[in-house]
Ligand binder design. Structure first.
Ligand code: NAD
Length: 503
């Protein structure tokens, strides 16, 4: 092995303590956590990660390793919470491969220094924005999409020329081990993992980083942000919340039902951007609920517990939390559960009010409350009475309806007449707003997140007008006032173009 210390750290295995008490997962010994970060810091300080050649070759090797480790990763996801192979490939492996390909295709452009205008008063001279790596990045990932939510931010950090230390979730222990084996094969101290739960993450957060990207819940996000504040480290927080779907009476009801059912029951609803609940105009409520039932049968058969395509709940505490939520309102579809297999049937609840338990927290499971509203305005008011969601879905054949919903309520991202797919487009930023998070990544947005935009102004020495320098005189002041308020020809042109476009 090229870098023995990387292998050593990934191989130690013992029992740690997770959020849910004692459970078995591999940990990095606490005493070694600082060493992993120090090795990453040394690699960054050596300058090895900065050139495009390292970034490209590391991403290419990572791509090869993801393919080599594909079977192990898919098996781990099946063992952790029964992710079907098809879903696991599409939402984890395929997602990562597509992201690496997109990054490799665009990296040279993203890295290119960006020439910007120089105001007349500061000529002769040139101005350029340069993207520099920030240094050592920490990526702390959750369990629900353990592969892509760890690797995508790491890919962006590498693309931006940083060293990176990842921390997979202990709640998907097999995936954590599989990811550790993959990263160990990379054999590069600039790209490494720390494994474990609360204790190991606490120790990791005690180290100094130049950026921390955390994905998970708002409670831990506050812990992360407090730790980051000690070193004035910027954070990107990718959180969750209750993402609504709003269905207009003008929607194509069958298509809306199919796409909402798919977005909700993929990964058994354990998706940060899953439609958490549906607000549907009263006139089409019954038709919509019937269509949802038909779609659930079409996807998973009359007995979804026998379907190989339905993921299981990740652990017992989450199962018992979800089981209690089945008692809200009336069960229109599903409602069955089995504690031994951590199975919860795809379930639709009706007759729900905001005061029901199922509306009190992010559901993060295969339970879909459907609430009737008298108008889209009422739906928008309902959404705005809660925290800003991570995603908002609007279903209507009328552009006016969709426009009204999107302008009426904000969200991290949004999708019209669809669910989940807005995050698959690498040209769109992925991130929350307010309680659903801060900052964004995916594609160029990830590159920007982990880059410092350095403004560089280069001055000519051919002339050196004395007007800025002391001693200050009335005449110099008149000249400076004129020069600094002289309209820049580019600004004049841009303003004119904007006006022409509006007219
Ligand atoms: P989790 O329990 O796996 O925790 C996430 C990470 O935080 C893990 O690596 C864990 O080790 C670490 N952690 C837990 N407690 C900690 C502590 N006290 N101190 C330091 N680190 C700690 O995942 P979760 O939080 O249950 O994830 C589910 C939440 O994440 C949901 O709210 C979901 O919506 C959100 N989520 C958001 C996104 C997104 O991209 N915006 C993606 C997936 C999940």
């Amino acid at each position: 092995m090229l870098w023995p210390e990387v292998g050593r750290l990934a191989e130690r295995s013992c029992t740690g303590f997770g959020l849910n008490g004692e459970m078995s997962f591999t940990v990095t010994p606490l005493a070694d956590v600082a060493d992993v970060v120090a090795a990453a810091r040394r690699a960054f300080d050596s300058g090895v990660t900065k050139p495009a050649t390292w970034r490209v070759s590391t991403l290419k090797r990572l791509r090869k390793l993801v393919k080599q480790h594909e079977d192990a990763l898919l098996q781990a996801l099946a063992s952790d919470f029964g992710k079907p192979r098809f879903e696991a490939w599409v939402t984890e492996i395929g997602f990562v491969l597509a992201d690496i390909d997109h990054t490799l295709a665009h990296l040279a452009n993203w890295m290119a220094p960006e020439k910007v205008a120089t105001p007349v008063a500061f000529k002769p001279g040139t101005s350029t924005v340069i993207h520099e790596p920030v240094g050592v990045v920490a990526v702390i990932a959750p369990w629900n999409y353990p592969v892509q939510l760890l690797l995508l931010p790491m890919i962006a950090a590498i693309a931006a020329g940083n060293a990176v230390v990842g921390k997979p979730s202990e709640l998907a222990p097999a995936a954590s081990d599989a990811l550790a084996a993959l990263v160990a094969d990379l054999g590069d101290p600039a790209v490494s993992l720390v494994l474990g739960g609360v204790a190991e993450t606490t120790e990791l957060l005690a180290q100094r980083f130049d950026h921390i990207l955390y994905t998970g819940n708002g409670r831990v996000a506050r812990i992360v942000m407090r730790a980051a504040a000690e070193n004035l480290t910027p954070v990107t927080l990718e959180l969750g919340g209750k993402s609504p779907a709003i269905v207009s009476r003008n929607a194509n009801i069958d298509v809306a039902a199919r796409r909402i059912a798919w977005g909700k029951f993929v990964n058994a609803g354990q998706t940060c951007i899953a439609p958490d609940y549906v607000l549907v105009e009263r006139q089409v409520h019954d038709q919509f609920v019937t269509a949802l039932g038909k779609q659930i049968t079409a996807f998973y058969g009359t007995d979804p517990s026998a379907s190989p395509d339905l993921t299981r709940i990740v652990n017992d505490p989450h199962f018992h939390r979800l089981e209690k939520l089945l008692h809200s309102g009336t069960i229109a579809v599903g409602g069955e559960s089995n504690a031994d297999t951590r199975y919860i049937a795809p379930t639709v609840l009706t007759g729900i009010t905001r005061d029901d338990a199922v509306m009190g927290e992010e559901i993060f499971g295969p339970i879909l409350p459907v609430l009737a509203v008298d108008s889209l305005e009422e739906a928008v008011r309902f959404v705005n009475a809660d925290d800003k969601p991570l995603a908002l879905y609007s279903f209507s054949e009328s552009d006016d309806d969709n426009e009204m919903v999107l302008s009426g309520a904000t969200s991290g991202g949004a999708c019209v007449n669809g669910t989940l797919l807005h995050i698959s487009n690498p040209n769109l930023p992925f991130g929350g707003v307010g309680e659903s998070g801060m900052g964004a990544y995916h594609g160029q947005f990830g590159f920007e997140t982990f880059s410092h935009r350095r403004g560089v102004h280069v001055r000519s020495t051919k002339i050196d007008p004395a007007m800025m320098y002391p001693p200050y005189t009335k005449r110099k002041e008149t000249l400076v006032r004129k020069a600094m308020t002289l309209p820049d020809p580019r600004d004049v042109w841009t303003k004119l173009r904007g006006k022409l476009r509006r007219d």
